[in-house]
Design a protein around this ligand. Structure first.
Ligand code: F6P
Length: 558
């Protein structure tokens, strides 16, 4: 597309960007070991504590000039005014003409927020009340299934933001689960997923929560229809559906068309992005499991991070610091990916959730004005539970050729009774960040080998493989204890990090046009599979694959 915006200069032409390029030439030569020996207390300078979260960013390749320069860049990108535009409900999602107001969903101080001249807080609060009343009935057992039994199992049917967020939060809040209720999450359109889940369930005591912002998503609607058929095989009478199916959506007509009573619909709105929706009625499955009181605590935690993001000076602002460090590595060191490693079993799905939150938001190559960008945007986000990652891919982080900046997220107080195990996990997390920063040079490696019982005759062969260069950047995020409140803070921290980066890269972080083409082609291929003739309308590879598939499953043979 042609350059339609002459006013907004490209990121790489901003004065602070140019200063950072020069600064990079010096700092990139420094080893963090040296930075720590020059200033052993640098953690005091490079850390932020806020309400039970502690961010230590001292193990980064930064000098005293780096953060001020990065904050200068954020200012030149107009971060502060964009931040206010988001919080106040301006339609900053310009390609869809929508406000971006997931922060309103957790606006626990209830200050009015206007969209199209209407204060949206009353409707948010009324949905919260509806979720509260409904979930209490299910939790207390007064909501009965069609044979008069209490609900024991909830099945959330959804995908993307309508699955990853609630699933991750449900797992993260395991210690707070209702004893009688457990939640299954069905997302994959592969029939194996739903078969496997339903096999263990009793239709008399199962409640389906069909979660879809649009209520048009193929995977979710397909699974929802399968669930409905499965239920009716036992219940027979369609009148029973109202006791076992509820919907969470912005699309009332779609919900009615599916056959769910609008009384059983929990609403949200187009100004909530799918990947930012866990704070909305999309959190219903979580509310059923942990209760509205705990859910509100999570909202309050997120709200407190919103306030910090809105009010703290940029240089002491956790989301801003995380974001700008990410930009430092992405745009200056040219790191291509970013690791997220939770050291907490309950946060095991956090990375997958953040893959969507980050990559669907900032994985874009056209800026908000439609211009092709000439700089790198969102990195590849990846990772898994850190302790498991250590025994899988950390080799590459320590000794590979790629720079992989990463976040280590560690809870200090455990919910488990095994304090010794927790100490082991905590020690492992810190050992990794220490090793990644310090490394182990040749002399130290030699000394270590000599001090061990190893066969000295083999030293020559091995020593170069045993040296660690170090200088690998990490952030450590310590969570005092994983509670609904600190979880809310942590998730809002990452949401705002993503927002800041999107502003600096001049992206619209709130649309996702890149998912559309695949959806469109799926429809065509699905129709082609059933054609009575050989398929020739695609490229040679795709035609061959479709026809091969048709042969194997035995359709379309004339
Ligand atoms: O909630 P829905 O409308 O079913 O969408 C599910 C997911 O699909 C996407 O649109 C991507 O295809 C995501 O943005 C969204 O979270």
């Amino acid at each position: 597309m042609a350059n339609t915006n002459k006013e907004k200069p490209s990121l790489t032409t901003l004065p602070a960007y140019k200063k950072l390029q020069k600064h990079f030439a010096q700092v990139s030569q420094l080893h963090m070991r040296r930075l720590f020996s020059v200033d052993p207390q640098r953690v005091n300078k490079y850390s932020i504590e806020y309400n039970g979260l502690f961010l230590d960013y001292s193990k980064n390749r930064i000098s005293h000039e780096t953060i001020p320069l990065l904050c200068e860049l954020a200012k030149e990108a107009d971060l502060e005014s964009w931040r206010e535009r988001m919080f106040s409900g301006e339609k900053i999602n310009n390609t869809e003409g929508r406000a971006v107001l997931h922060t309103a969903l957790r606006n626990r101080t209830n200050t009015p927020i206007m969209v199209d001249g209407e204060d949206i807080m009353p409707m948010i609060n009324s949905t919260i009340d509806k979720m509260d009343a409904f979930s209490e009935k299910v939790r207390k057992g007064s909501w009965k299934g069609y044979t008069g039994k209490k609900i024991t199992n909830i099945v959330n049917v959804g995908i993307g933001g309508s699955d990853l967020g609630p699933k991750m939060v449900y797992e993260a809040l395991t210690p707070y689960h209702h004893k009688r209720l457990s939640v299954n999450f069905i997302s994959n359109v592969d029939g194996a997923h739903i078969d496997q889940s339903l096999e263990k369930l009793n239709p008399e005591t199962t409640l389906f929560v069909i979660s879809s912002k649009t209520f048009t998503t193929q995977e979710t609607l397909t699974n929802a229809h399968v669930a409905r058929e499965w239920f009716l095989q036992s219940a027979v009478d369609e009148a029973h559906i109202s006791k076992h199916f509820v919907a969470v959506s912005t699309n009332r007509e779609g919900v009615i068309k599916f056959g769910i009573d609008p009384e059983n619909m929990f609403e949200f709105w187009d100004w909530v992005g799918g990947r930012y929706s866990l704070w909305s009625a999309i959190g219903l499955s979580v509310v059923l499991a942990v209760g509205m009181k705990k859910f509100k605590k999570m909202l309050s935690g997120a709200h407190s991070m919103d306030q910090h993001f809105r009010e703290a000076p940029l240089e002491q602002n956790m989301p801003v610091i995380l974001a700008m460090l990410g930009i430092w590595y992405n745009n200056f060191f040219e790191a291509e990916s970013y690791g997220i490693f939770p050291y907490d079993h309950y946060l095991r799905s956090l990375t997958m959730y953040l893959e969507q939150a980050d990559m669907e938001s900032n994985g874009k190559s056209v800026d908000r004005d439609g211009r092709k960008v000439d700089y790198a945007t969102g990195p590849i986000i990846w990772g898994m539970s850190g302790i498991n990652g250590q025994h899988a891919f950390y080799q590459s982080i320590h000794q590979g050729t790629k720079m992989i900046p990463s976040d280590f997220i560690v809870s200090m107080l455990t919910h488990s009774t095994h304090q010794d195990q927790h100490n082991i996990m905590f020690a492992n997390a810190l050992a990794q960040t220490e090793a990644l920063m310090r490394g182990r040079n040749f002399d130290e490696t030699l000394a270590d080998i000599k001090a061990s019982d190893a066969d000295l005759g083999d030293i020559e062969k091995r020593i170069h493989h045993m040296v660690f260069e170090g200088n690998h950047p990490t952030n450590t995020i310590l969570i005092r204890k994983l509670t609904p409140r600190t979880l809310g803070m942590l998730l809002a921290l990452y949401e705002h990090k993503i927002f800041v980066q999107g502003i600096v890269w001049n992206l619209n972080s709130f649309d996702q046009w890149g998912v559309e083409l695949g959806k469109q082609l799926t429809k065509t291929i699905l129709e082609d599979i059933d054609q009575p003739y050989e398929v020739r309308s695609h490229d040679g590879s795709t035609n061959t694959l479709i026809n091969y598939y048709r042969d194997v499953i035995g359709v379309g043979t004339e």
